[in-house]
Design a protein around this ligand. Structure first.
Ligand SMILES: [Zn+2]
Length: 418
């Protein structure tokens, strides 16, 4: 008797803990407290300005889209300190920075990146004349106690851009949109406006015949502003579906794509670490829909439920982290089609032998976009995380090959049903 009690008790405790975690999601291990409270929080304004310090004077500016720099001081000869703060705190540790820097005279300077409410994470990128490269390790010093990074820069009167990741302005976004819209099967709709009144765009691929039963693929990206590699992956993924290949053409005859490439536009333009202009992590707002950006995407997709000719087959939300990792819905959850991610993942790995891909399944309790897609349409969905520090060529290779293998799988799946 006692023997059975000992066996059963740990099982019950495990069961109860498990039940609690699926019913009351309060945040992932890396989230700050109260992340699921998505009502507006106070956001600290970033004062746009040019600041000069030291002799010879070194100048910095945060007066451009995507900038983040809160203060600047001279520490001693040739050493300067940049202060970086998040839009509000507490916040996940994705400390975005972006500033221009120049000097009255040509000089070698040491610039310390000092973070409030965060610790150093991203390898600094330098952009000169539209060309972006990562600062080499030998030109940086990381302080393990203060969690700051100091970088050595050659400065002159010509400003250079120093940033956590490649900075993409709305001008480059709009020129990409124009490029996509040159295809007669791509259309653009403004589905709503962000907290600060910026348009949230949907890009749709539709080359299907009217009146025909079609599949739908949903693509989302940039809910989190610094996650640039995931954003570019989403773009290349979309581009591959618009390509002239036989596979893409066949796919476009049977599937439409509804894509939301830049969901947190305010966060991107204002150099936020994570949140929107309401101070909220948008990818924790897919149950409460307190923020205009999540509401806009939801309301653009909900009419699909009423359309008997359209069936959502799959959804992907692109992000970035410190590795390539798939976060699928766990295999035991029935989706329609079922376990698509589990079948797709080995193909992505095989097609990118030099990249390392991790994989971790989750239950559907968290208020994130992937789970909303599953709960609303019954479809399988994925959080597709790209490594923060991938080269643009690698991002393109992974994204295009992944789009190809997914199109093949989805076509097989759809033809199975017919
Ligand atoms: Zn993210």
């Amino acid at each position: 008797m006692y023997k059975y009690t000992f066996l059963i008790l740990p099982f019950c405790i495990g069961f109860l803990l498990n039940c609690k975690s699926t019913e009351e999601f309060t945040g992932f291990s890396y989230d700050p407290p109260n992340v699921t409270d998505t009502q507006d929080k106070k956001v600290q304004p970033q004062h746009r300005r040019v600041i000069g310090a030291g002799t010879p004077t070194v100048w910095v500016s945060n007066n451009f889209e995507g900038a983040r720099l809160n203060d600047f001081y001279s520490v001693n000869e040739n050493t300067y300190e940049v202060f970086i703060e998040p839009e509000n705190a507490p916040i996940n540790n994705s400390p975005w920075f972006a500033f221009e820097i120049w000097s009255d005279t040509s000089t070698t300077s040491w610039i310390r990146l000092n973070y409030n409410n965060g610790r150093h994470r991203y390898v600094p990128k330098i952009t000169i004349n539209d060309s972006t490269y990562s600062v080499e390790m030998e030109n940086t010093l990381y302080d393990t106690i203060s969690k700051t990074l100091t970088l050595k820069l050659q400065l002159s009167q010509d400003p250079i851009l120093v940033s956590a990741q490649r900075v993409s302005s709305s001008e480059t976004y709009n020129s990409w949109l124009e490029e996509m819209l040159a295809h007669n099967f791509v259309s653009q709709t403004t589905i709503g406006y962000s907290k600060l009144g910026n348009p949230i765009k949907e890009l749709m691929i539709d080359e299907t015949e009217p009146g025909k039963q079609v599949g739908v693929l949903i693509l989302m990206s940039r809910q989190h502003p610094p996650e640039v590699s995931g954003y570019y992956a989403a773009r290349y993924f979309f581009e591959e579906i618009t390509s002239n290949s036989e596979l893409s053409k066949q796919f476009r005859s049977q599937f439409i794509v509804k894509s939301y490439p830049l969901i947190n536009i305010d966060g991107v333009l204002n150099g936020h670490w994570r949140h929107n202009a309401g101070g909220v992590d948008l990818n924790r707002d897919w149950t409460n829909f307190n923020q205009p950006e999540t509401k806009a995407v939801r309301d653009a997709l909900l009419p699909l439920l009423e359309d008997p000719l359209k069936k959502v087959y799959y959804g992907i939300d692109f992000h970035s982290t410190n590795e390539n990792i798939f976060y699928p819905i766990e295999e035991s959850v029935p989706t329609s089609p079922d376990n698509l991610t589990q079948r797709w993942f080995p193909l992505v790995r095989t097609n990118n032998p030099s990249a390392v891909f991790a994989y971790e399944e989750f239950d559907t309790s968290s208020p994130i976009s992937k789970n909303w897609i599953y709960k609303t349409f019954g479809a399988d969905a994925l959080t597709f995380e790209m490594d923060d520090e991938l080269s643009m060529d690698t991002i393109e290779q992974i994204a295009r090959s992944s789009a190809q293998s997914l199109m093949t799988l989805l076509l097989e799946e759809k033809n199975k049903v017919q």
